[in-house]
Design a protein around this ligand. Structure first.
Ligand code: SF4
Ligand code: SF4
Length: 373
C-alpha cells in the first residue's frame, strides 16, 4: 500500500505546467500526519507500507520531514510493519542535511528535472523567474554521490519537447539510469507541438539505441513500459494503478484523495473521498471507482488496450473529469509511445543487442509499476 502525505501546498518554483493550482502555505500538522499513518497502517494488507512525501515542495521544511519520518517509524514499529520511504522533489533544496536524512532513511528520490538546460529552464523556474537548472543538476549529483536511489522524471511539454533527445543525453551523462519522460496531458498540444513530439520521440528512440549499443544500461520510460506490455500482457493487466484502493493521498487538511495528483489545491470536493478523522467514505469512493470498471467503448475495441494507460484515473480525471475515460490527446500520445517503442524494440531485437536481450528476454521482466508524474 502507498500512503502519500502532501506536506505543503507551498513551492519555491513556478513551473509553467504545474497542475497544483494556487501556491499557498499550509503545512501538514503533525496530528494529521500521525492519524493518516494510522489509517493507512490499519488498511495495509501488503508486506510493507510505502510512505511517499509529496507537495508542493515536500522538502521546504526539514523539521516537518524529520518529524513525519519519526512518526511513521513509531506508528509502523508499533504494528511491526516494514516501511519504505519515497519523496517527489523539485531538487532545489537538497542541501547536505536533507541529503543525509534521505540517505539515512533509505529514501527513493524522484527528482523533477526536465533534461538539458534549454528544456528545463523553459518550464521550471523559481518564483522570481530565475532559472533553476544549474541548482537541480548540482543537487542531483550530490544525491547520487551520497548513494540515494534516484529516478528522474522529465515532463514533455510543448515548450521543451524539441529538446527530448538532447535531454536524454544530458541526463544519461549526468549518471541518471532510470528516467521517465511523462507528457503534460493538460498542455496546449496543437498540430505544431504534436509534430515536434513525433520528431522528438523518434530522436529519443535513436539516442536510446545509441546508448545501449555503447553498453549503457538505461531504463527509459515510456518506451520501457511499452516494450514490457508487448511481452507480458497478462502481467501488465495486473499492475494497473491502485487508485483509491491500495493508494491513499492525504492533504494537509486531512482530506483523503485516491491519488497524489488529485490533491492539488484541496478544493475539488468531487475528488475527495473522506478524511483522516472519519476514514474513507464508501459512497464517495465508489463514485470514483465505478467509472473505471467499464471500459470506454473505443478502448474496448482497440488493439492497444492492454498496452495503453487508458486506466490512469488521475490523468483521466484531470482531462475528462471521468476516472474511466481517457482524453483524445492521451489516446494520441499512447499510440505514439507504442509505435516508437515497437520501432526501437524491433531494431534492437534484430541486432540482438546484448543489453536489450538480457533486459527483455533473459532477466525476469521489471514490472511497469504505477504511472510516472
Ligand atoms: S515543483 Fe511541482 S509543485 Fe512546484 S511549481 Fe513545479 S510542478 Fe508545481
Ligand atoms: S486510449 Fe486510445 S490507444 Fe488507448 S486503449 Fe483507448 S482507444 Fe486504444
Amino acid at each position: 500500500m502507498r500512503l502519500t502525505l502532501f506536506l505543503d501546498h507551498a513551492c519555491n518554483l513556478r513551473c509553467t505546467y504545474c497542475y497544483n493550482g494556487q501556491k499557498f502555505s499550509r503545512p501538514m500538522p503533525r496530528d494529521v500526519a500521525r492519524r493518516a499513518l494510522d489509517v493507512a497502517l490499519d488498511a495495509c494488507r501488503g508486506p510493507d507500507l510505502v510512505v511517499a512525501l509529496f507537495g508542493g515542495e515536500p522538502l521546504l521544511d526539514l523539521g516537518l520531514v524529520r518529524d513525519v519520518v519519526a512518526l511513521a517509524r513509531e506508528a509502523a514499529g508499533q504494528r511491526g510493519k516494514p516501511l519504505r520511504f519515497h519523496v517527489t522533489t523539485n531538487g532545489t533544496l537538497l542541501d547536505d542535511e536533507r541529503v543525509a536524512l534521505l540517505r539515512e532513511n533509505d529514501f527513493t528520490a524522484q527528482v523533477s528535472l526536465d533534461g538539458c538546460r534549454e528544456a528545463h529552464d523553459a518550464t521550471r523556474r523559481f518564483a522570481d523567474g530565475s532559472p533553476s537548472h544549474h541548482v537541480v543538476v548540482e543537487n542531483t549529483r550530490r544525491l547520487m554521490a551520497a548513494g540515494v536511489r534516484v529516478r528522474v522524471v522529465s515532463v514533455m511539454d510543448p515548450a521543451n519537447v524539441a529538446h527530448l533527445a538532447d535531454s536524454l543525453d544530458f541526463l544519461a551523462d549526468l549518471g541518471v539510469r532510470h528516467l521517465h519522460f511523462a507528457p503534460n496531458v493538460l498542455g496546449h498540444w496543437d498540430d505544431d507541438a504534436c509534430s515536434r513530439m513525433e520528431q522528438g520521440l523518434r530522436a529519443l528512440g535513436d539516442r536510446y539505441m545509441e546508448r545501449l549499443r555503447r553498453g549503457m544500461d538505461l531504463r527509459l520510460d515510456p518506451l520501457h513500459g511499452k516494450m514490457v506490455t508487448h511481452l507480458a500482457t497478462e502481467e501488465c493487466r495486473s499492475v494497473r494503478c491502485a487508485f483509491g484502493q491500495d493508494e491513499l493521498a492525504v492533504a494537509p487538511s486531512g482530506r483523503l484523495y485516491p491519488c497524489d495528483r488529485m490533491v492539488r489545491a484541496d478544493s475539488d470536493d468531487d475528488a475527495c473521498m473522506g478524511d483522516v478523522w472519519s476514514g474513507v467514505d464508501a459512497v464517495r469512493l465508489e463514485r470514483l471507482l465505478a467509472p473505471r470498471r467499464t471500459l470506454d467503448a473505443e478502448c474496448a475495441a482497440c488493439d492497444l488496450r492492454d498496452r495503453c494507460t487508458h486506466w490512469c484515473g488521475c490523468a483521466n480525471w484531470e482531462t475528462t473529469r471521468n476516472p474511466g475515460r481517457p482524453s483524445a490527446l492521451q489516446c494520441w500520445l499512447e499510440r505514439a509511445f507504442v509505435a516508437e517503442a515497437d520501432r526501437v524494440a524491433a531494431t534492437l531485437y534484430g541486432e540482438k543487442n546484448p543489453l536489450f536481450m538480457t533486459r527483455f528476454y533473459e532477466a525476469p521482466l521489471v514490472r511497469i509499476g504505477r504511472r510516472g508524474a
